[in-house]
Design a protein around this ligand. Structure first.
Ligand SMILES: [Zn+2]
Length: 135
């Protein structure tokens, strides 16, 4: 989390220069994490559960990609012209050079079978990222 901020905050400020508010990050303790979230956001705060991230087996670069996705939701949130919020959020990860790490993270989430209702959405995100990286 700290290294994500150190490595990517400048690049994010540049890519999302329209966004001028501060985004904060915090760890979610086991007690607070009633829904077993891996990661998420409340307002302008991105939160992450180390336990859940560990269970899914995300590597550091995959965690960076997932954090970038959450930041993407925040910085692009107010634009209703966007075709799809998830794809828009994934674009920020790809812009940061974390597209393949984002795909790997989504594949691990799929493999965990914890979000089976989201399977088609997650597969759609992989295809979107693959197309984006090809183009
Ligand atoms: Zn999302």
């Amino acid at each position: 989390m700290d290294s994500f901020i150190r490595l990517y905050s400048d690049a994010i400020s540049e890519i999302a220069s329209h966004y001028e508010k501060t985004i904060s990050f915090r760890r979610l303790s086991r007690d607070e994490n009633n829904y077993g979230d891996i990661m998420g956001r409340i307002g302008r705060t991105v939160y992450i559960s180390d336990e859940e991230v560990g269970m899914i087996g995300l590597t550091d670069p995959e965690i960076f990609a997932a954090l970038a996705h959450e930041v993407g939701h925040i910085v692009y949130h107010t634009h209703d012209w966007q075709p799809d919020c998830e794809q828009r959020a994934d674009m920020l990860a790809a812009y940061l050079g974390l597209g393949s790490q984002m795909i790997a993270a989504i594949e691990k989430i799929l493999d965990s079978r914890r979000f089976s209702k989201l399977t088609s959405l997650l597969i759609g995100r992989i295809h979107f990222l693959q197309n984006m990286m090809r183009g």
